[in-house]
Design a protein around this ligand. Structure first.
Ligand SMILES: [Mn+2]
Length: 325
């Protein structure tokens, strides 16, 4: 893996070096991997080149404020910038680059390839997280790292691999984390408090899901979540995506999905997870996509919800068939 990337890392470093204005973006509805990677790379470039203007853009999420702050800037005032796109394969899901004039793109992402192609392109779905890729880039190039950068990368890896529980975890993931821990004295137990502390109402929401989820005989769990439940508990409409990973390893479930209705955008958002069946190809049929075992979809027609559920159930049944062979 390292040998192939050496020239690519040189190319990425050269591009970064040659631009004064650099804008780093990631996907809408960001998670700790997206924001942690973005802030870590911004801070690493600033450490390496203190005179450059480097901006991490997109809407902030108050829950992830501990990762650092994003930059509020009128992008239309920037001349000739370098755009770095992280953790997102398609332009439609890039957050906060409207009006930006850029001449080159660097792309770093662990999702299956879609329409974004970088002039320097580091796309591979054999990494647990974008943060794992950026750690490899920084440690394998002349970019600098400090404890703060290392902590944000650590958080991205831990979060996207669900603390090494997900199937995207590899020996390389452990090696990468070991290097961060060894070389940058990360207070990882302190960081876990920030990442895993949850309110009691979030626990009640988990209980509501457990109580109301339908489980098919093929091992698909699904629930169309009532918005009034989320409101009564004082949670926001990202609640389902916050808790979905907590339903892993339930014996009766191979795949599980939660549907929430986003009133403002008049769209049904579906979060899907799996511990066997491939789900991103199904999600892409319903205006979505993602990883093999973690994906999402956006549905406008209510009747498509049951079609999606039927497709996922079929994937579970195929998977059980395969397992029994
Ligand atoms: Mn990611």
């Amino acid at each position: 893996m390292f040998a192939i990337n050496k020239d690519l890392f040189k190319h990425i470093y050269k591009l970064i070096k040659s631009y004064n204005n650099i804008v780093i973006a990631r996907h809408i509805g960001p998670d700790p991997d997206a924001i942690g990677s973005q802030i870590a790379l911004r801070d690493s470039i600033k450490l390496t080149f203190p005179n450059k203007n480097v901006y991490a853009v997109g809407a902030g999420v108050s829950r992830f404020k501990y990762l650092g702050s994003l930059d509020k800037i009128d992008l239309t005032t920037l001349e000739d910038s370098l755009l770095i796109v992280l953790d997102v394969p398609n332009f439609i899901r890039v957050d906060g680059i409207e009006g930006l004039k850029y001449s080159k793109i660097i792309k770093i992402d662990h999702h299956p390839k879609e329409d974004i192609v970088g002039d320097a392109d580091f796309t591979s779905n054999s990494y647990s997280s974008t943060a794992e890729m950026i750690t490899e880039l920084i440690l394998g190039s002349k970019l600098l790292m400090d404890t703060n950068v290392a902590e944000n990368l650590f958080m991205g890896i831990i979060s996207d691999s669900e603390r090494f529980l997900f199937k995207n975890t590899t020996v390389h993931t452990f090696e990468t984390v070991t290097r961060l821990l060894k070389e940058y004295q990360i207070d990882f137990l302190g960081l876990y408090d920030k990442l895993y502390e949850k309110g009691f109402n979030e626990c009640k929401f988990e209980a509501y899901i457990i109580d109301n989820m339908t489980i098919t005989e093929n091992g698909l769990g699904y629930l169309i979540i009532d918005n009034s439940v989320i409101e009564e508990l004082g949670l926001d409409n990202s609640a389902a995506s916050v808790v979905i990973n907590r339903f892993n390893f339930i014996k009766e479930l191979y795949c599980w999905c939660f549907v929430t209705y986003d009133e403002r955008n008049e769209i049904y958002k579906v979060n899907i997870r799996s511990r066997g069946p491939v789900i991103n190809e199904i999600a892409s049929k319903y205006n979505g996509g993602g990883h093999v075992y973690a994906a999402g979809a956006r549905i406008t027609k209510k009747s498509d919800i049951s079609k999606l559920i039927t497709d996922l159930d079929k994937a579970c049944s195929d998977y059980i068939g395969k397992e029994n062979q």
